[in-house]
Design a binder for this molecule. Structure first.
Ligand SMILES: C[S@@+](CC[C@H](N)C(=O)[O-])C[C@H]1O[C@@H](n2cnc3c(N)ncnc32)[C@H](O)[C@@H]1O
Length: 349
């Protein structure tokens, strides 16, 4: 590279990388941009977990550029933020604020509000570097560009993320094509694309030098950033792999614990069931024994009743016999009495 101004050396190592890696590939450029532009004021529209914003802050801190930094976001999410808005809990803002406040509170402010509501906090012509990374529809990004443009200084530069995403209702690419016809600028095509637009009357020298490269030189220069960007990405992939590996290990452990708990419960259930079956068997045996005894007692009682019936029948027939004998004896007695009466009457004549 002939132009010494734009040689790239000693790129910083990013200190903050979240699991949202869509901006990671541009972090080396953000470092170089801050180092070379030394903006007095930097504003980011759309910060989410802070991957881009904290990279700018790291560079401001490292290169002592005395840049005032502001991040604007509702931290409520939007349909393109890679996470459903309802999942954007308060903890995203709080985690970012805790990290940010400890390291960068002396020169940086997080503004939790809508982009439009933050406009009145900045005087016209006061921002040297603006990063627009809110909602990515054509209408939204055009609105953000038009409402914030007056706030840019004479040496103002605007960055647009997602300039090469051309599906769904993403529309930054369209606005980017339109703006390149009116302002000097250049773009990267890795990590969803990043557009760099010099909107001020005086294009900063570093940006001007890059814009004046011919295509071959520019591609060479750009490829270096793509290479550095990819190495950040591979670092964040490694971190993510490590993160997921840990997560899977934790899940495996939880699964093992749950299985052990399940086995224990099944064992206890089995033991309970065996115990209950044993009790039921015992109760059944007792009942069977009682039934057997009752059946025996019944048979004995039936036998006694049968004997009594027999005895009764014998006695009845004896009684009948005696009755008959008695009737016979009475007849004989009556006959004798008649004979006596007859003899008595014969004697008395
Ligand atoms: C794509 S994310 C930002 C990503 C971030 N620059 C990074 O490096 O990961 C977009 C963010 O913009 C915020 N946002 C979108 N439209 C907004 C608006 N009009 N006002 C405030 N915040 C907004 C969302 O809450 C979301 O966090």
């Amino acid at each position: 590279m002939q132009n010494n101004n734009i040689t790239i050396e000693n790129i910083l190592t990013p200190e903050f990388l979240s699991d949202i890696d869509s901006w990671h590939g541009h972090i080396p450029f953000a470092f170089e941009l801050i180092k070379n532009l030394k903006p007095k004021r930097f504003v980011e529209l759309g910060t989410h977990k802070g991957d881009s914003y904290l990279a700018f802050c790291q560079a401001v801190n490292h290169y002592q550029t005395e840049t005032e930094c502001f991040s604007v976001d509702t931290w409520q999410g939007d349909e393109h933020a890679g996470e459903a808005p309802e999942l954007y809990g308060e903890n995203i803002y709080e985690t970012l604020a805790a990290y940010h406040d400890e390291k960068y509170h002396t020169f940086s402010t997080l503004m939790k509000m809508k982009f439009d509501d933050a406009l009145s906090s900045f005087e016209d012509g006061s921002i040297d570097l603006l990063h627009i990374d809110g909602l990515h529809t054509y209408e939204a990004v055009k609105h953000d560009f038009e409402t914030w443009l007056p706030k840019l200084s004479n040496r103002g530069v605007i960055l647009f993320h997602d300039t090469i995403v051309n599906y769904g209702n993403f529309g930054v690419w369209k606005l980017w094509d339109e703006l390149l016809e009116h302002y000097p600028g250049f773009g990267f095509s890795h990590s969803y694309g990043l557009g760099v637009l010099a909107v001020g009357k005086e294009t900063p020298e570093w940006i001007g030098d890059i814009c004046s490269l011919d295509k071959t030189q520019f591609d060479l220069w750009k490829n270096k950033f793509e290479y550095f960007g990819n190495s950040v990405l591979s670092h964040s992939f490694k971190r993510q792999i490590h993160y997921f590996k840990n997560l899977f290990e934790q899940r495996d452990e939880q699964l093992r614990d749950l299985n052990e708990e399940k086995d224990q419960q099944l064992k206890e259930l089995g033991e309970n069931r065996d115990r209950q079956l044993e009790n039921k068997d015992k109760q059944l045996n007792d009942l069977n024994e009682k039934l057997e005894q009752a059946t025996k007692a019944l048979a004995f009682a039936q036998m006694i009743v049968k004997r009594r019936d027999q005895r009764l029948a014998d006695l009845n027939s004896q009684l009948e016999q005696i009755g008959k004998q008695y009737t016979g004896a009475q007849q004989i007695a009556t006959e004798r009495e008649c004979q006596i009466l007859e003899l008595t009457s014969q004697f008395s004549k």
